[in-house]
Design a binder for this molecule. Structure first.
Ligand SMILES: NC(=O)c1ccc[n+]([C@@H]2O[C@H](COP(=O)([O-])OP(=O)(O)OC[C@H]3O[C@@H](n4cnc5c(N)ncnc54)[C@H](OP(=O)(O)O)[C@@H]3O)[C@@H](O)[C@H]2O)c1
Length: 307
């Protein structure tokens, strides 16, 4: 253990889903900024390969690996024990790991050559029907990863974030799909933006209603988003959770961010930004100065007014 680790002067970050895509880049850019990074990966081997690459080719020795499956409470508890024993505090948590809620014929999707504007505007909904399936089990997994997984990790690591002396930062990696204007049902939009009444119980009731409507083929009738429904709802709920946390912990900077349309496995490599570009927004929020914004949504590196 270095003397900085012992005295806790060096800032420490945890990045979930750090073995590839945007999470790998967030880990790299934070390490380049002198932060000690715990890169987490649900698969030990994929995580080791990622950390080896960062050590070897990027010459970054301030990155270490810990296994973390955000859907597995035992794995989350093991990470918390590791941080408690080795560092006793945490400065930055980047909740990046995410799941799409879909099964896709990747080649078929790429062959459609959907232009980025059609994709990000949501107008691709009819075009993609033949190459994308939305099984119920994948919807459940999507919510369990993108909302419950983030909550599980955050709750386990909050005790250490409270011990940060540099100002704790939580960054929830969200998506353009989280924007409430994409939710057709006005009542649901109101519920998700009513920060005075919102809490985790209300969010979880809403998730149950969504899954019930999903199972019973009522999504359209009930006014849920038609483009990537489970993914969209998971990120809308994640944004609301971000606001709840920011209100509860006013001394921390807790924000969510859409990284842009990034070329990663999550969108079967149809995105247009590089992972390096996609990581900029999350890294900016992880490194916010004291007194920086909290409870906000950023579209890449820009503060979004309405969301
Ligand atoms: N790419 C885009 O255009 C885009 C746009 C908007 C938002 N985002 C968001 O950006 C974040 C990163 O996505 P990406 O584009 O970099 O996708 P990606 O390349 O598919 O990476 C997703 C990462 O999440 C991990 N993961 C999934 N489930 C997990 C679990 N239960 N426990 C731990 N790790 C888990 C994956 O691990 P494995 O390698 O083990 O599968 C992988 O490391 C996600 O939250 C995504 O929703 C991406």
């Amino acid at each position: 253990m270095s003397s900085e680790e012992k005295t806790g002067t060096k800032r420490l970050a945890v990045v979930t889903g750090g073995n590839r895509g945007i999470g790998f880049e967030i880990s790299r850019q934070l390490a380049l900024n002198g932060i000690t990074v715990i890169l987490t990966s649900r698969d030990e081997k994929r995580g080791t390969d990622a950390v080896d690459l960062l050590h070897r080719e990027h010459n970054l020795s301030n990155i270490l690996l810990h296994q973390l499956d955000i859907c597995d409470p035992v794995s989350v508890a093991s990470l918390a024990r590791f941080i408690q024993t080795r560092f006793g505090k945490l400065d930055i948590l980047v909740n990046n790991a995410g799941a799409s809620g879909l099964l896709v014929d990747a080649e078929g999707l790429r062959a459609l050559k959907i232009d980025p504007l059609t994709w990000t505007s949501g107008k691709a909904v009819d075009i993609i029907k033949e190459v994308i399936l939305h099984p119920y089990d994948e919807a459940v997994r999507c919510l369990d990863t993108n909302y419950y997984g983030c909550k599980r990790v955050t709750e386990a690591l909050l005790p250490f974030l409270k011990h940060s002396t540099s100002g704790a930062r939580i960054v929830n990696v969200s998506s353009l799909r989280s924007e409430l204007k994409r939710m057709p049902n006005e009542e649901l939009r109101k519920k998700l933006s009513d920060i005075d009444k919102l809490d985790e119980n209300r969010l979880e009731e809403l998730i149950s209603t969504f899954l019930d409507d999903f199972k019973n083929g009522r999504l359209e009738a009930a006014g849920w988003p038609s483009m990537l429904p489970a993914y969209s709802v998971s990120k809308m709920v994640l944004n609301a959770y971000t606001r709840i946390l920011a209100k509860r912990y006013p001394d921390m900077c807790i924000n969510c961010v859409g990284p842009g349309f990034v070329n990663t496995e999550l969108n079967w490599n149809t995105g247009v930004l590089t992972p390096e570009e996609g990581a900029r927004g999350p890294v900016q929020l992880a490194l916010l100065p004291l007194g920086g914004p909290t409870g906000c949504y950023f579209d890449e590196t820009s503060l979004a007014e309405a969301w």
